[in-house]
Design a protein. Structure first.
Length: 145
């Protein structure tokens, strides 16, 4: 797969705008992503194959660590390595900018994502009760860089 990963632009966001909820998920709306692209402490990336956006991911940068806000892969392209490539880009970006750790929350029911993070050396460091939809717990995971 000749997947390209690069910084998300407003043009990329407009390309997926009409299909965000149908093709990706129902949390990352156009308005939220637009705000993120305008946030100087955020950095977002897209995974593209032949001009088709297959996924996107973002981080928030703080003092000495980064927080993964999302890794979202198009529903029809899940379990194809796109999420791994995006995660690798987030980790390499954090390392290249000399951050000390990378942290995220993941729904306790999202076993494919949990397994992906474990594969890349993330450790379970805590739990946020009813974090998702005031119903599902989030596992807090961290990787020292």
């Amino acid at each position: 797969m000749d997947l390209e990963i690069y910084n998300m632009t407003f043009l990329d966001l407009n390309l997926i705008k009409d299909n965000l909820i149908k093709d990706f998920d129902d949390f990352w709306t156009y308005d939220i992503l637009n705000d993120e692209l305008n946030n100087p402490n955020s950095e977002y990336f897209v995974a593209k194959l032949e001009n088709n956006i297959l996924g996107f991911a973002g981080i928030w940068k703080s003092v000495d660590d980064v927080h993964i806000t999302d890794i979202v892969v198009k529903k029809t392209n899940r379990n194809s390595g796109v999420g791994s490539k995006l995660l690798e880009k987030l980790i390499s970006t954090a390392i290249s900018e000399n951050f000390k750790a990378i942290t995220l929350e993941v729904n306790e029911n999202n076993l494919p994502a949990i397994n992906l993070y474990l594969k890349y050396g993330f450790k379970n460091v805590g739990l946020r009760k009813k974090y998702y939809d005031n119903k599902y717990n989030a596992i807090i995971m961290t990787k020292d860089l």
